[in-house]
Design a protein around this ligand. Sequence first.
Ligand code: AMP
Length: 328
Amino acid sequence: MMNYLEIKKEILKKIEEYEKIIIVRHVRPDGDCIGSSLGLRDILRESFPNKKIYSFGKTKAEFLNFIGKEDEQKDSSIYKDALIIAVDTANCDRIDDDNYKLGKELIKIDHHINVSEYGDINYVREDYPAACCIIVDFYLTFKEKLKMPKSAALALYTGTVTDTGRFKYSGVSAEVMRLTAVLLDYDLDLEKIYANLYIKDKEVLSLQGEVYRKFKTTTNGVSYIYITDKMMKKHKLSYEEASALVNSLDSIKGSLIWIAFIDQQDSSIRVRLRSRFVSVIEVGQKFGGGGHPNACGATLKKKKEIKDLLQYADNVVKDYKSKNEGWI
Ligand code: AMP
């Protein structure tokens, strides 16, 4: 098994070898996947101006437009002979563009639990709380050869602050802070970044009010809300805006797990699971999903599975509370 430095050297070798590099990322993009994709793209463009380098992804996240835009993919033939780098994506089924299969070689760069080594090279750092940290560290490792423009620093900073819950989640270490400090050397406009991340439309606050009125809590401490299609329509909100409201349930005393169930267009139900102290990963995996210990996702085909999932999550909290003290 290669150590991290050897893997990084292998990745740089491939990047140097290829004329065309395409960066892809997971479906339902968040700050870290867009940030790591655009950050890596802009570092590579600045460092290798003669290569063709693209960031592709189908579904968009408009709230992230302020960090830059991905490239428009006109034709799948662009993938021919390309080196594909998938960032922030644990399993290849979640890559937001099946065309990645048309590329020549595939590199996986990720920080989720390593459930699948789908790349020709796999560089997985579960010790980093954001994929953006992996990219910053990669840049610093080869600082003699790579250049980072301000646009990359903005994207990577934004990805890091979003995926760490503003440096709040476990996994934030001194090293993460040192990596992030490199980005702050670029004189980023923090007021603008946080305004983009925090300011909400009134409609969102109005649905948030409904979430606070309607959420329920199970016997042992799982708080949950089911955001129906009807609720989204009533408040004139997009599915993404409504889904973000899972975080509204993050500070309820005694609720160590909180969950949002959200109706999807195809009548399946998206599950967003979050937790403090206790890991929620076994709940996500039990219901066909995955992610991180404190932030997971899954998709349910039928409404009645909600009850099973809540029962399972409730038992996880019960078990944790019976064996541990000091939780809040
Ligand atoms: P989300 O609630 O969509 O923000 O997801 C939280 C974390 O779980 C992210 O790191 C996702 O990449 C991961 N995740 C979400 N849904 C799934 C899924 N169905 N399978 C595996 N991982 C997922």
